[in-house]
Structure formats: C-alpha cells, structure tokens
Ligand binder design. Structure first.
Ligand code: B12
Ligand code: SF4
Ligand code: SF4
Length: 274
C-alpha cells in the first residue's frame, strides 16, 4: 500500500511537472509574446466516472468513452491553460479577432499537442500508455459537435462551470484553452471533487449578460426563462472569416469577441460579488 501511494505521488508529480514545464518552455520559445500563458490548472479523475456514461445522452450521442480512445483507460488528465490578460485585452476592440488572439489560438493548440506527446513519453517511461486528443478541429463539420467535449470533462474534474455564453469559467477566467489526455494508470486514490460553485454572475442570479451583447453577428438569441439559444453555424462563419484573414498563421478560425472584456474573462467574478 505504501509503495502504491508513493508510486501514485511520483506519477502525479511527473504529470503536473510535464504539463507545467511544457507550458514554461513554450513561453520561453516565444520571441514576441513572452506573456502568452499563465499557470495551468490540472486535475485527474477516474476514467470510470459514472457521469461520463451519461455524456451520450446529455452531451452528444456520438460522444466517445475513454475506452474508445485508449483500451484499458483508467484515468483522465484534464487541464486549462489560461491566457495572459494581454491576449484577451488585445481582442476587445474591432470586428475582427486581433492577431494576438489568433496567434494564441494557433500556438496553444500546438502546445496542447506537445503536452500530449510529452505526457505519452513520461507515461511510456513508466510502462503506461496514453490516449491523446487534439485541442480542437475534432468536430463534425455538419453539426459542429465534437465526439469529445473537453469542457464537460473539465466540469466533472471540478475545474469550473459554464457561463451564459457556454464558455467554461475557471478560477483564472474563461480565456484560455482546455485539454484532456487519457492514461491507463490507475491511482489508488483520486482527489475529492467538490460540488462546483457557480462562477457566472447571471447564473448566480445577478444581472450581467455582457457576453451576449458582445456578439456582433447575433449568434445568441433570447430564449424562454432568461436562457439564450446559440447558433453555432453563425458563430462558425465568423470564425472562418477570421481564419481567412489570418491564413498565414495556420488554422486560425477564431473570433472570441464574446469572451473578452468580461468580468469572467481572466478571473472568477461570481465569487467576488458574493
Ligand atoms: C465544435 C467547437 C466549436 C464550434 C461550435 C461551438 C459550440 N458551442 O457548439 C464553433 C466553431 C462555432 C466554436 C466556436 C468557439 N469556440 Co470552440 N470548440 C468546439 C469543440 C471542438 C467541440 C465543442 C463541442 O462540440 N462539444 C460538444 C457540445 C455538445 O458540448 P459543449 O460545446 O461543451 O457545449 C455544452 C456546454 O455549453 C454545456 N453547458 C452549458 N451550460 C451548462 C451547464 C452545465 C451544468 C453543464 C454540465 C453543461 C452546460 O452544454 C452544451 C451542450 O451539452 C471544442 C473542443 C473540444 N473538443 O471540446 C472547442 C471549444 C469549446 N471552443 C473554444 C473556444 C474558445 C471557442 C471560441 C471562443 C472561438 C475562439 N477560440 O475564438 C468560439 C465560442 C463560441 C461559443 N460561444 O460557444 C474552447 C472553449 C474554452 C472555454 N473556456 O470554454 C474549446 C473548449 C477549445 C479548447 N480546447 O479550449 N467552437
Ligand atoms: S459575462 Fe457575465 S453573464 Fe456572461 S458568462 Fe461572464 S459572468 Fe456570466
Ligand atoms: S465567438 Fe464571435 S461569433 Fe461566436 S458567439 Fe462569440 S462573438 Fe459571436
């Protein structure tokens, strides 16, 4: 038992160190944008979490199970890499996404791929396998729904809650990117996940909805009971326009006007207003 706990600690520390040091070395490679990323938030949950079984019903019928990605899956590493405030701040003005926002998207997607490769190498050194998932572009082009929702996994891991604009809000805000990696290492114990506290001001019963009014293409429309419906196709069209504008950066289909300049962009607002 003692040995198992020691092994758990070593694997856990190795995973955290691999993610943190990959973010740090990515930062050091940035010649122009030294301040792109802040400290990642990292959690590990059992792959057998019973709520993942409900994803086919609640998220999408085509949502994969951890076993579909890695046979013998035992744990899921879920993480959020927050953007330095200079990235969202650059994207507040204007109709087009800023070049910093577009560049941060391309670079963070790449970083998420490198993190997965480094975790695979670390786990491999200890005799374990990893199931890697891309940051994005793993969605069906017709209905714009992915077979793996990083946000729902992060929600189960207790990293945050969903805002009025669908964005996932963490203690470091919603501006940043999420990743998940599946491994076949089973920890003898997992961190207790606390009941999530509401991070969105509107959803905690106060007045806000600033995010909704920031969309210039009208992707959100008021629905019954103060809820909004979201037209993902309208949003996608706007992202593709910016993708054309920033073609030279790589795949930069971004917008993000409804996630910047908000009380929840870089911190957790509902907590402060309680
Ligand atoms: C497909 C996709 C898109 C599509 C469709 C988006 C959509 N909302 O449907 C398009 C191209 C339009 C798009 C746009 C954007 N995207 Co996008 N996209 C994805 C992708 C690849 C899959 C999302 C998906 O299909 N999930 C399945 C659906 C069914 O689940 P979901 O999106 O998580 O949505 C659920 C929540 O809103 C949830 N929900 C809402 N309230 C509550 C409350 C509770 C209690 C619970 C449990 C759930 C819940 O219910 C929805 C349905 O179940 C993910 C990466 C990934 N693989 O996870 C990135 C991702 C969602 N996108 C992201 C971002 C940042 C954007 C943009 C801001 C573009 C940009 N980078 O500039 C916009 C924002 C649009 C918006 N308001 O949602 C980030 C979100 C980060 C965050 N903090 O939330 C992600 C996670 C990428 C990443 N790796 O970080 N995206
Ligand atoms: S801007 Fe306000 S309503 Fe919109 S997600 Fe953030 S806290 Fe919620
Ligand atoms: S990302 Fe842009 S187009 Fe999509 S909902 Fe937000 S503001 Fe509207």
């Amino acid at each position: 038992m003692g040995n198992a706990l020691e092994r758990d600690r070593m694997i856990h520390a190795g995973i955290v160190d691999t993610i943190e040091s990959t973010v740090l070395s990515g930062t050091m490679c940035q010649k122009l944008w030294q301040n792109m990323w802040l400290d990642p938030i990292i959690k590990i949950i059992p792959a057998g979490n019973e709520k993942i079984g409900d994803f086919k019903k609640h998220v999408s019928p085509s949502h994969l199970m951890p076993e579909d990605i890695l046979p013998g899956a035992k744990s899921i590493i879920s993480y959020f890499i927050p953007f330095h405030e200079s990235i969202p701040n650059s994207n507040i003005e204007g109709e087009n996404a800023s070049i910093e926002w577009a560049g941060a998207y391309v670079k963070t997607n790449k970083l998420i791929t490198i993190i997965a490769d480094n975790i695979e190498a670390f786990m491999g050194e200890h005799g374990y396998k990893s199931g890697k998932l891309p940051a994005t572009h793993n969605y069906n082009k017709e209905d714009l729904i992915s077979n793996w929702s990083h946000r729902h996994i992060a929600y189960l891991a207790g990293i945050g809650t969903f805002g009025r604009n669908n964005m996932f809000i963490t203690e470091s805000g919603c501006c940043g990117r999420l990743g998940s990696i599946i491994i076949d290492y089973e920890f003898s114990e997992y961190e207790q996940v606390e009941e999530p506290r509401e991070r969105c001001i509107s959803k905690s019963g106060k007045t806000c909805d600033i995010c909704i009014s920031r969309c210039m293409v009208g992707a959100y429309s008021a629905g019954a009971g103060g809820n909004y419906t979201f037209d993902r196709h309208k949003c996608h069209e706007q992202c593709l326009k910016n993708g054309e504008l920033y073609e030279k950066l790589g795949a930069a289909d971004v917008c993000g006007k409804c996630v910047v300049g908000l009380p929840c962009s870089t911190g957790e607002p509902a907590r402060a207003t309680k």
